[in-house]
Design a protein around this ligand. Structure first.
Ligand code: MLT
Length: 333
């Protein structure tokens, strides 16, 4: 037990399984608020960890970025001052560029694609690369759905409609370049500042999955949704590699098994909840628009301009072609 942030809790009474007098409780940072896929993944992980370890290990979620902005939690976990974090993959890319392949526009076209990649060989390679690049280990994946565009000004269905809108994006080069390909110079901003910026109308809009729009109460500050499909949001659960390495082999297996169980639960959660959440947002006054012409213009502009720009960063065009091949698609042009 060399990691300073670990502490011991005696709060065992509430657990259904029989726990020892003191369980090790890990701190788990969560970027989003309650009700979204990040919280669901976190709760499923804690339940599975308790079960796997016979109650020796548990965790506590700190929602709404209480333990730091998403990108900052990667550094904190890498340096061993934080145990676990659940965050959007786009906020890991700056530390481990190869995972950027999963945020290239229009690569992942369904939940099934997201699961094929993350749970297969490609996901395993990314896990290893992320340990090397960023000092954190991905042990589970939340599936959150496509990042839809929201804004407070007007319905958007074409690239032309986007012009003039001030859109917040994460500090992620791929997403910045994607908006540029659509003729918009977006505003990169940390996740923790986004709600206030939308509320104060510093920016007009942003994109995130329905589940996140709901968990962050964006319906209070945004009116219009456009069903873009450019990124299917994947939200990994990461553990400090220093912490992981300090565990016994048995504990490591328990942590990994709990991550796997949480991933399965996340897949079911999205399937069960997304349509309900969409209806809930409509009942709260949000208006949903589909992109015109099957999104063709958005797709053409983004894939032509953005993919080649990032071949070097992701490790070469072959890396993208390998991903497309795993999804049964043709290599990039
Ligand atoms: C972002 O937009 O920075 C992230 O997608 C936020 C999130 O983790 O939900």
């Amino acid at each position: 037990m060399t990691i300073l942030t670990r502490f011991v809790t005696g709060a065992v009474a509430a657990f259904a399984i029989s726990l020892p007098a003191a369980a090790t409780e890990y701190r788990i940072a969560v970027g989003d608020g309650a009700g979204g896929t990040q919280e669901a993944l976190g709760n499923a992980f804690i339940a599975a960890l308790e079960e796997q370890s016979g109650g020796e290990m548990t965790g506590k979620l700190f929602l709404n970025g209480q333990l730091g902005d998403e990108q900052d939690t990667v550094t904190a976990a890498a340096t061993g001052t934080l145990d676990f974090s659940i965050l959007a993959i786009n906020n890991i890319t700056p530390f481990s560029p190869s995972v950027g392949t999963l945020t290239l526009p229009y690569v992942i076209l369904s939940q099934e694609d997201a699961e094929t990649l993350t749970q297969g060989e490609i996901g395993q390679e990314m896990i290893e690369q992320t340990i090397e690049d960023a000092g954190v280990r991905i042990i589970g994946w939340a599936y959150s759905g496509f990042r839809v565009l929201t804004n407070s000004k007007k319905p958007v269905s074409t690239v032309d409609d986007l012009q003039g809108l001030v859109i917040r994006v994460p500090k992620n080069e791929i997403m910045i370049e994607t908006y540029k390909s659509w003729g918009v110079n977006p505003t990169p901003m940390a996740w923790g500042e986004t709600f206030a910026a939308l509320q104060q109308k510093v920016v007009d809009g942003q994109d995130n999955p329905y589940m996140t729009v709901y968990a962050m109460k964006f319906d209070e500050v945004q009116k219009y949704i456009t069903n873009l499909h450019y990124i299917f949001s994947i939200e990994p659960l990461i553990v400090s590699e220093a912490l992981f390495e300090s565990l016994s082999e048995e504990e490591q297996q328990q942590v990994l098994a709990a991550g796997e169980a949480a991933t399965k639960a996340s897949s079911e959660f999205l399937k069960a909840e997304e349509a309900k959440i969409r209806e809930e947002l409509v009942s709260r006054g949000m208006e949903i628009t589909d992109p015109a012409d099957g999104e063709k213009e958005f797709i053409e502009l983004a894939t032509t301009a953005v993919w080649p720009k990032f071949y070097d960063q992701i490790g070469g065009k072959d890396v993208l072609d390998n991903v497309l091949n795993a999804l049964g698609r043709e290599p990039a042009k």
